[in-house]
Each structure stands twice: as C-alpha cells, then as structure tokens.
Design a protein around this ligand. Sequence first.
Ligand SMILES: [Zn+2]
Length: 457
Amino acid sequence: MAERIVIENCSIATVDADDTEYASGHVVIAGHRIEAVGAGRAPEGLENVIRRIDATGHLVTPGLVNTHHHYYQWITRGLATDHNLFNWLVALYPTWARIDEPMVRAAAQGSLAMMARGGVTTAMDHHYVYPKGSGDLSGAIVGVAREMGVRFTLARGSMDRSEKDGGLPPDFAVETLEGALAATEETVQQHHDASFDAMTQVAVAPCSPFSVSTELLKQGAELARRLGVRLHTHGSETVEEEQFCKELFGMGPTDYFESAGWLGEDVWMAHCVHMNDSDIDAFARTKTGVAHCPSSNARLAAGAARVPDMLAAGVPVGLGVDGTASNESGELHTELRNALLINRLGAHREAALNARQALRLGTYGGAQVLGRSAEIGSLEPGKLADLVLWNLDTLAHASIADPVAALVLGAAAPVTASFVNGRQIVEHNRLLTADEDAIARSTRQEAQRLARIAGQS
Ligand SMILES: [Zn+2]
C-alpha cells in the first residue's frame, strides 16, 4: 500500500478548471500521486500515514512550471546589461562558444537550484550552444536535473545559420545541419521518457529564425513528429527579428514558422511579443503554445506580449524566466508578479490579467505548453504530487487579505516545502537534494574560468 503524507489547515488554490479554492483545507499524497484535496481536515482513518504536516499560515498550490530557460547563461550573468537582443547576442556569442562540460554542469546546478528553491517543480532547459569537443553537454544537464529530483524537459537546441549565411552567430559557434539533426535524435533516444509520470523528456528545439536555416526548421519538425516529441523555439521576440524575417523570407515570423511546419499543438514558442491579430488567430487555431517571459522582455526592451488577447483567443500560455544572462534572478515565482504588472502596462487596462490568471500561467498553463496538463499543473486526485507550501505567515505577507494576491502581488514568499512526484526536495527555502553553498562556489569558479578562456581568444 502506498505511503501517505497528509497536509492540513492550509489555504489551497487548486488551479483546476473551476479555479476551486479552500480557505482551510487538506491535501493527501499517496505515493507519487495526489489522492485527495478538499475543505477542512483530511478524512479520519487513513492508513499508512507516514507524515502529517500542520500547514497553518500556508498557501498550497501546484508546483510552478518553467517553460523557457538557458542554463548555461548562469555563468555569464551581469554582462551586456544595457543592450537590445541582437546587440546582446553579438556581444555574448564569442564567450558562449567557449563553454565546456564542467561549465555547463555547474551552470545547470546553479539555475536548477535557484528554480527549485523558489517553488519550481517542473523545469526546462533550451540548450543550443554545442561547441566542437565540448563533451556530453546534454547528458550533463539531464544528470543534474535527475540528481536534484526536479521534473525536467531538455529542449535540445541547435544553430546552423552563421554570419556567412546571413545569420547572427559567428561561424565557429554553429553546428552543421546534419550534425545537429543526428545529435538531436540521439539525445531523444537516450533521454526521452514518454510515460505518464516521466521525470525526463526531450524536445527538438532549433534556436531562432536568425540562427537556424529553413532546412533545419523543416527537418527538425519532421524529426520531432517521427519520434513523437515536442518542438520548441524562439519566435517574434523583437522588431529586429520581424524585419530580419521580412527581408530574408518575405514574410513575418509567424507566417514563416507556419510555412516550415512549425505551428501545431505539439509546438511551444518563447516570447511571441510582436504578434498581430492574425498571428494570434493562427496560434489559437493550431493550439500552438507560448512561453511568456516578462522580465527578459523588459530587460532587453523587446516589448510587452499580448497575453490577455492570447488567453481570450484560446492560446495556451505558460511562463518562462528565459536565460539568466537576460534575467539575472532566474526565479519563476517573481515572474507571476511581473507577468501581471507588464500585461496591465502593455494593455493599459487594470483587468488585463488578475492574480489568479498569473498563478494559472505559472502552473497549469506551463503544464499545457509542455504537453503535460493531464499529469501536473493543478491539484486534483490522480495527478502527480508536485506541489508547494508557501509560507504566508511572515512579516511581508501576514496582513494581506487574499492568499493568492499575497503570493502574486506581495514579496517573494518563502517555500516551506516543495514536493516533486511525492518526494520533498525543498525545506525552509533550502534544497534537500543538493549543497547550495558548494554550487555557489563551483559556479563562481566556472564563470571565472570561462571569462579567462574567452578573454584569451
Ligand atoms: Zn530564450
């Protein structure tokens, strides 16, 4: 019989289809699944209860789901801080092209540790820089996620359009078309788990229109569909990208992606800032998902995505921190607030996005765009036990009337406990599955080593 953990006396935001909430309720975990959620105390007479948590003063929500990130950037934070996307990329590509396996491993540890201790239970990494001879970078990243016990999607990225082909990255930073496709297929074969409660999945993820050939996009889509995995890329991030697509392909990014087979319910795209009504309609019609990255879009002055319009049209939308070279904090719980604020500013409308919609973006919406909404993203019996206990009994939160408003609009709430697949991975804001101080030391060392190597070339 499965071991049970009972959590009681807490506020609960289930983020189910009806946005059911309980002012004081219980959650029962049985093994790696949620067995019960409801008002009041847990039912009497439950057998095999190994732990009972009195969560007075806490809000329990589904674990947060991050849908866009680049872990390697953890060791190039704080550089090119006043640049737009294209200038920032050109400034950083030469450094990024020097990464190796120990650097990528340390950067993944730093990124994932920061995510996990802030309530992320499902993470992802869009990794697209694979310098020749740099080692098994995908294996290193997947290994770190396994060690930390976080549910994980590796978006195996790639670039094959360099400066000589009109692209943005330098020639030495890209792979060949054939090399990228073969390595991506190998990564899917090695690491993708298609089962219901998978801890590791892989997506096919050529980087962007300005760093990838049309052929790699087309063949990448065919590969993903042959292997039964999802597709991810960057799209419609800046006006410069839109201009690039119009000049090179004679159409805007969304039409270009559609022509390459890149709209569909198995696709999710980061940013989608510069979308007109017909672009949003195309995403809604095809159920193409969006990873909304409000802080990164602000940091690079990309603009404000039209999330309220996307939601009204039925586009699946999740949240992303984006890489930490364009969002130094790398925390998803602060993105709930930023998503709300930026969408109200962008739309000039106080009702553009409310606190509950922001929480939904960071949980169920993320699960949708990763293709996992049947398993995670809401607290419902039968779903996987990925959930967070936010402490709202603090100086910062105790007098805020509404717990969901406290979580979204208040200061970043401390995480008393975070569970993934029924296993606790965070206690009182500290990771139980890794040594945070050792990670801080190794990320500093690897950042210094990368700066030294990049400075010599
Ligand atoms: Zn990105």
